[in-house]
Design a protein around this ligand. Structure first.
Ligand code: SF4
Ligand code: SF4
Length: 365
């Protein structure tokens, strides 16, 4: 039974004022104008009767349920979950009480009643091998279901790296023939929210944007919301000053590691990974992987699993300042620079990323 959002907030001990603040923060994270936060708070708090809430259909395909877990993680209630109360989540196998025929009926009833208006969320990749037999729901392949349900959707959110790019199931040699949502669906607006798993507040932000303005946020070339994926982990990492000074941890328990030095030499992929972990953090802003002492794995980039060893350093200049200074002193700066740049570009290309190197990023600033 749905209840008005404002009542859910009160029951959870969240005042209107705090909710407005949360919406203002969300709007500023998404680089929206100041008034947008207020508009979001009003649109979300004024929850209409359940029957009129925007319909959301969530299809889980070839996945590990990590994306669902990320959004609905157990230290509830969270504001993210409360925002989900603003929609009518008409089909989500993991969360819905119905099962079997009842669940399939709920799916088809929602599609019929909200033709052309519902938001489709997909997590997991779509296996094409063996005619799609690797992953079926109700006897139908994920490919068939996706094509059918996408037809009546207003827009699609590809949730997580599997739905966005094929993810782990697509890792070499891709035994199931896994592909992404955008490999199959070409005639609908699609927003990719990659990450393994994706950050809950990114999902909430996209949903809040859709509920408030009826549109998807501005996307980058890889279909990701620019506001959350516009900068690299490295751009915003609090260990960055150590990188710039050439201070690197050599093992996970040496003095450098204990002093919080840069994890570049331990394989951190932060310089070529676009995501907002360094600013939004995880678990209600508690911490994030680099703060916990582990390098970024590059999980929001295509083919990150095949992009070289997780603990292998990127082939790019460790400490650009130092490298250029030494090179200049022996008169070979240009040659070394070009060589390092090429190595960095190869490394970035291996990760499936556009060939953006640290030097390119520096130039953009
Ligand atoms: S390489 Fe990794 S740990 Fe070092 S500054 Fe960049 S993101 Fe942070
Ligand atoms: S720090 Fe890197 S690997 Fe870890 S969740 Fe963020 S983008 Fe993914």
């Amino acid at each position: 039974m749905h209840e008005p959002l404002i009542e859910s907030l009160a029951r959870a001990g969240i005042s209107r004022r705090n909710f407005s603040k949360y919406c203002a923060t969300l709007a500023s994270m998404m680089a929206l104008p100041p008034m947008a936060g207020q508009a979001m708070a009003q649109a979300l708090a004024a929850t209409p009767a359940p029957a009129k809430r925007p319909s959301v259909i969530w299809l889980p395909f070839q996945e590990c349920t990590g994306c669902t877990e990320s959004i609905t993680r157990s230290h509830s209630p969270t504001l993210e979950q409360l925002i989900f109360n603003s929609v009518s989540l008409d089909y989500q196998e993991t969360l819905m009480a119905a099962a079997g025929h009842q669940a399939e009926e709920a799916l088809h009833a929602a599609m019929k009643a909200n033709e052309g208006k519902y938001l489709l969320i997909v997590d997991g990749s779509i296996p094409l091998g063996l005619d799609g037999a690797y992953s079926c729901i109700g006897g139908r392949s994920n490919l068939d279901t996706l094509k059918e349900v996408a037809k009546g959707a207003a827009a699609i959110i590809a949730m997580g790296s599997c739905a966005s790019y094929g993810g782990l199931p697509r890792a070499h040699p891709n035994p199931t023939g896994a592909v992404s949502v955008s490999d199959i669906i070409k005639d609908k607006p699609i927003v990719n929210i990659p990450g393994c798993p994706p950050i809950p507040v990114v999902m909430t932000g996209v949903l809040a944007h859709f509920l408030t303005f009826g549109t998807l946020p501005e996307l980058d070339k890889k279909g990701r919301p620019k506001s959350f994926y516009g900068e690299t982990i490295h751009d915003r990492c609090y260990r960055r000053p150590f990188y710039d000074q050439g201070k690197f941890a050599k093992t996970f328990d040496d003095e450098g590691a204990r002093n919080g030095w840069c994890l570049f030499e331990l394989g951190c992929k932060g310089p070529v990974t676009y995501n907002s972990c360094a600013t939004t953090k995880w678990n209600a802003g508690t911490s994030w992987p680099v703060e916990s002492g582990h390098g970024c794995l590059g999980c929001s980039e295509p083919d990150f699993w095949d992009g070289g060893g997780f603990y292998q350093a990127l082939s790019m200049p460790a400490s650009p300042v130092k490298t250029v200074a030494v090179a200049a002193s022996v008169g070979i700066a240009v040659g070394v620079g070009v060589s390092l740049m090429n190595r960095a570009k190869k490394s970035a290309a291996k990760l499936g990323h556009e060939t953006t190197t640290l030097a390119d990023l520096e130039k953009q600033k």
